[in-house]
Design a protein around this ligand. Structure first.
Ligand code: ADP
Ligand code: TZD
Ligand code: MG
Length: 572
């Protein structure tokens, strides 16, 4: 291996690694880069901006990475994040791993130290074997050693991130490569854009027939949408499938709005009933992981159940339970193949099931509605979120970002989504800290206002990034659900120290906003909250609403308390 500069005859026009990287990214349709600069990548930001592109500069690489991954999810193009070496790379790696876990296409590009020093562990500036450290956390980890390989590396990264199950790719660029020169015309010839980087994957006709037979024979079918279905961007086909079959559907959290939560076939509020009593479940871009109790146990009831599963990743099938009818392919191809096979089919048995599901769904919503409008001395999750829901009803195309425990679980339940890909949350890992990065990307990529509902703990993970939002003047309203702690704010402290679950009760998130160049308001009632939110959306100004929530309103671990581990020893 040699990355010594090529010998270029005098008088020949030159290019270098920096320029070739920019050219390659532009050729691949990338316009926005999220990142944090320093040695050796600083020039990337300056040059990218000088070319008229957008470089969103963050305060911590993890948040830049979350932004890139959400950009990837929303646009179906890989989101790009640029970081410095070792510590910057490691901060970004958390987001790359999270992107891969969530099946979001993303490319992390990090500068690295000189290989000959790193490989002999001679203590270079920010020395680290980044290539190998990244490898288990993403779909692929590539290093570029020569300027003439930049083009192929970027194409390979784009194709790897997008094709099949989307995910993260790491591109390692040793510092010296950035300034390594080659002849400009040779460099130009080394670049190309990939043809069809995310090819359709068509399911086998026999697999489609098998699935259709199962559906036709079902008495109590259910469609379950996951974020893979939302990512696929075939919204009209999905809606047609739902309406042609008449089958009730329930969305996973980020698939909310793929078909409107107000659609008459939506069974979200009858979730326990449909999971337990359905006989055929059609999974569309949703894994049977912990979020679906692995497809078994009491969540799924005792009624015998058969699964149809649409997924692009063949070995996702049978990952937890037997899949009777696997449909391996992309969501759009599979859904349309199923529609063709099911043409004219709507079972009378299913109509009875559908109406009993609708009845349950509507009665649960009615019960919830009364809780949402019940006043309490201090706001709780229900009446605060009820107020937010009523405002957001009039802004269906606002993207909602949501993190926290109670702040997450209640918002998911209370706030309806009306349009596809308008909800970004803590995803498969349930990771706190996605808030500000996701909000930035959602605002940048959609060009529309964003509302982030964050637990006070969750917000703290990326709070300094709020300055990034104000700096770029992004129309984001952050509602901090301030209950003074993780899950609850009323835990008793031991005599010698503040409780490990509590925060300083004097924290003023509204004033933090003002300090960081935004608007801030503290609210104590649902009416004040509704007004503040409405004002903020209308003004388009970056705002924090510090919403005071009853410290006693939350429950430990939100709605996943069943996963919490507690000691039974020595408790009085
Ligand atoms: P959720 O958390 O919403 O249940 P998951 O992230 O668990 O969703 O599942 C998403 C699934 O969607 C993954 O198994 C992934 O392979 C699959 N997927 C992603 N994009 C596509 C696509 N275009 N076509 C088919 N399957 C897809
Ligand atoms: N660290 C990371 C990166 N992700 C996590 N999920 C956690 C820690 C553990 N955790 C949760 O699962 S929820 C949560 C933590 C710290 C915070 C809950 O408190 P909150 O929300 O203030 O955000 P509520 O409304 O008080 O429940
Ligand atoms: Mg809290």
């Amino acid at each position: 291996m040699s990355n010594a500069p090529a010998v270029v005859p005098e008088g020949v026009e030159l290019t270098d690694g920096f320029h070739l990287l920019m050219d390659a990214l532009e050729l691949n349709g990338i316009t926005n880069i999220y990142g944090l600069l320093g040695i050796p990548v600083t020039e990337i930001g300056r040059m990218w901006q000088a070319r008229g592109n957008k470089f969103y500069s963050f305060r911590n690489e993890q948040n830049a990475g979350y932004a890139a991954s959400v950009a990837g999810y929303l646009t179906k193009k890989p989101g790009v994040c640029v970081t410095v070496s070792a510590p910057g790379f490691l901060n970004g790696l958390t987001a790359l791993a999270n992107a891969t876990t969530n099946c979001f296409p993303m490319i992390l590009i990090s500068g690295s130290s000189e290989r000959e020093i790193v490989d002999l562990q001679q203590g270079d500036y920010e020395e680290m074997d980044q290539l190998n450290i990244a490898r288990p956390h993403c779909k692929a980890s590539y290093r570029i050693n020569r300027p003439e390989d930049i083009g192929v590396a970027v194409v390979r990264a784009v194709r790897t991130a997008l094709s099949g199950r989307p995910g993260g790719v790491y591109l390692d660029i040793p510092a010296r490569l950035f300034s390594t020169v080659m002849a400009a015309d040779e460099g130009k010839k080394s670049l190309w854009a990939p043809v069809d980087p995310a090819p359709a994957q068509i399911p086998a006709p026999s697999a489609v027939q098998r699935a259709a037979e199962l559906i036709k024979n079902a008495k109590k079918p259910l469609i379950l949408f996951g974020k893979g279905a939302a990512y696929a961007q075939c919204d009209a086909d999905i809606l047609a499938f739902v309406e042609e079959t008449g089958i009730p559907f329930t969305p996973m959290s980020m698939a909310k709005g793929l078909v409107s939560d107000l659609h008459p076939q939506c069974a979200a509020a009858a979730r326990s009933l449909v999971l337990q009593e359905s006989d055929v479940v059609i999974l569309v871009g949703a894994r049977l992981n912990w979020l679906l109790a692995h497809g078994k146990g009491k969540t799924w009831g005792v009624a015998p159940k058969k699964f149809v599963q649409i997924d692009i990743q063949a070995n996702e099938i049978d990952s937890n339970v037997k899949i009777e009818a696997p449909l391996v392919g992309d969501v759009q191809s599979c859904i349309n193949a199923l529609r063709a096979e099911l043409k004219g089919y709507k079972s009378a048995d299913q109509a009875a099931w559908a109406s009993s599901v609708a009845e349950k769904h509507n009665s649960t919503r009615a019960k919830l509605a009364s809780k949402l409008s019940t006043a309490t001395p201090v706001m709780n999750y229900h009446n605060s979120l009820g107020a937010i829901r009523d405002v957001l009803k009039n802004y269906p195309d606002i993207c909602l970002v949501n993190e926290g425990a109670n702040a997450l679980d209640n918002a998911r339940m209370v706030i309806d989504q009306y349009l596809p890909r308008k909800r970004v949350d803590t995803g498969t890992w349930g990771v706190m800290g996605i808030g500000m990065g996701s909000a930035a990307a959602a605002a940048v990529e959609t060009g529309k206002p964003v509302v982030a509902i964050c637990g006070d703990s969750a917000f703290g993970f990326s709070a300094m990034e709020y300055e990034t939002l104000t700096r770029y003047n992004l129309p984001v309203t952050v509602i901090v659900m301030n209950n003074g702690g993780i899950y609850r704010g009323d835990e008793a402290s031991p005599d010698h120290q503040f409780s490990c679950m509590l925060f300083n009760p004097n924290t003023r998130y509204d004033q933090l906003s003002i300090a960081l160049g935004g608007e801030g308001v503290r609210v104590n009632t649902p009416e004040e909250l509704a007004k503040a939110l409405e004002d903020s959306i209308k003004s388009g100004k970056t705002t924090i609403i510090d919403a005071i929530i009853d410290p006693a309103a939350g429950v430990e671990s939100g709605r996943i308390g069943n996963l919490n581990i507690v000691s039974t020893i020595g408790k009085k």
